[in-house]
Design a binder for this molecule. Structure first.
Ligand SMILES: Cc1cc2nc3c(=O)[nH]c(=O)nc-3n(C[C@H](O)[C@H](O)[C@H](O)COP(=O)(O)OP(=O)(O)OC[C@H]3O[C@@H](n4cnc5c(N)ncnc54)[C@H](O)[C@@H]3O)c2cc1C
Length: 392
């Protein structure tokens, strides 16, 4: 058992990055994850410079560079006409402007790299197959939690608890927040296409964003460009939670049949789809209770219309470890400073993502105004407040 550890509930992007950031300042952790193993289903994630910078700083740059793709630009198109509505340079332009890359990566590759680094650290103990079920004591000097596994329950004590347990956070509930995420009436379809099966005349080294009525489509390369990741988001009354429900390809193809032929071919190229209902919640008013604090989606889930939920969790990890390194003896002070520093930015990004969802899915005739505005917009300038974020 590590000496005077901090307990982390949840081994997603937020929990794993937090464990690594705390290991770097010499703070031992016990990472408790309910799943027995971490296996991400096939899907990609975009890592913008505000996040890639932190992962590189944690020493993960060389491992990531072997598996990422680096799209050259974002191209926004009209779903019906295929007309280009806007462009934003990525690739070298991002590195030049923000000193860090805009990468796209398979989630399984990201998880493997984070997990390998966690396993290689003497400061982190991994406890898989255990659910953080109860906070038994949250007193002046320590926190004790009850962890349940299939065969037993055990009490674990640490100097603090970080709830990185996702949008349905049990830690938040144990802190007294009984509110539930609300179904956003949209579902995300996620598919993968091997580069060799991608229609040859469609660009594969860019992030493509197609805006339609009540739906949008995103595609970008992952795993050194060997695969193209597709995410199609549609308005839908279906609201079952879960990552990996199988989606019927013909349903999606029908839904997109009136789109530009290039978008239709992109959709048809994916043989399998998984579907994920999108949930949202207003910003939480309470992020901490004495020695317990929330991080990542547990504190502030972000709808995927800005590709920033994972990035924010990575930023959280960085800020929390920086604050803890200032005052090791007293996590309460560090947690208060962290919550103070993160609330405004995460609320602003949550709101911007919601707004993007409305804009992306605008129906005619509002979409005419949207398209005209987008044609005049400098997207790089528009998003620089997100990508240029730093904290040291
Ligand atoms: C379609 C889609 C596309 C997206 N694209 C992007 C993108 O391009 N870029 C980006 O930055 N973000 C993106 N996001 C958002 C991103 O995936 C999330 O914000 C991010 O994964 C949140 O990480 P987390 O670690 O906070 O939570 P999670 O990933 O939800 O991890 C929580 C972990 O806690 C575990 N857990 C839960 N309860 C307990 C418990 N009681 N005890 C122990 N363990 C527990 C879970 O098993 C899980 O492993 C996207 C999201 C969606 C839905």
């Amino acid at each position: 058992m590590p000496d005077n550890p901090i307990l982390i509930a949840g081994g997603g992007i937020g929990g794993l990055t937090t464990a690594l950031a705390l290991a770097r300042i010499g703070q031992p952790t016990i990472l408790i994850e309910q799943r027995t193993r971490i296996d991400e289903v096939g899907a990609g994630i975009q890592l913008s410079p505000n996040a890639s910078r932190i992962l590189i700083d944690l020493g993960l740059g060389p491992a990531l560079a072997k598996v990422v793709a680096e799209p050259q630009r974002l191209t926004v198109r009209s779903a019906k006409s295929g007309k280009v509505l806007g462009r934003m340079p990525l690739g070298e332009a991002m590195r030049g402007q923000y000193g860090a890359p805009y990468w796209t990566i398979h989630r399984a590759d990201l998880q493997t790299i984070l997990l390998d680094a966690v396993r290689g650290s003497d400061h982190i103990r991994l406890a898989f197959g255990r659910t953080v079920a109860e906070i038994e004591d949250n007193s002046a000097s320590s926190v004790t939690i009850r962890c349940d596994s299939q065969s037993a329950s055990e009490s674990v004590t640490g100097k603090a608890l970080i709830g990185a347990d996702g949008i349905w956070s049990n830690v938040a509930r144990l802190m007294g927040d009984m509110s539930k995420p609300e179904f956003h009436r949209h579902i995300a379809w996620r598919g993968l296409v091997a580069r060799k099966d991608w229609p040859t005349d469609l660009t594969s080294d860019e992030t493509g964003l197609w805006l339609g009525s009540g739906a949008h489509l995103v595609h970008y390369p992952i795993r050194r460009g060997e695969f193209i990741n597709l995410v199609a988001v549609t308005s839908d009354p279906d609201n079952q939670p879960g990552w990996s429900r199988a989606g019927e390809p013909s349903t999606l193809q029908k839904r997109f049949s009136s789109w530009h032929p290039d978008a239709v071919r992109a959709i048809k190229a994916a043989q399998e789809w998984t579907i994920w209902s999108l949930f949202d919640r207003p910003p939480r008013s309470q992020w901490m209770d004495n020695r317990v604090v929330l991080l990542g989606d547990a504190a502030h889930p972000v709808l995927p219309f800005l590709a920033q939920g994972g990035a924010l969790a990575i930023e959280d990890a960085h800020v929390l470890s920086a604050e803890l390194s200032k005052d090791r003896g007293n996590p309460i002070t560090a947690f208060a400073a962290y919550a103070d520093l993160r609330k405004q930015r995460s609320t602003k990004i949550q709101a911007a993502a919601r707004r993007n969802g409305d804009i992306y899915h605008m129906r005619w005739p509002l979409s005419i105004g949207r398209d005209l505005t987008m044609a005049r917009m400098n997207l790089a300038e528009h998003y620089s407040w997100i990508y240029d974020w730093r904290y040291s």
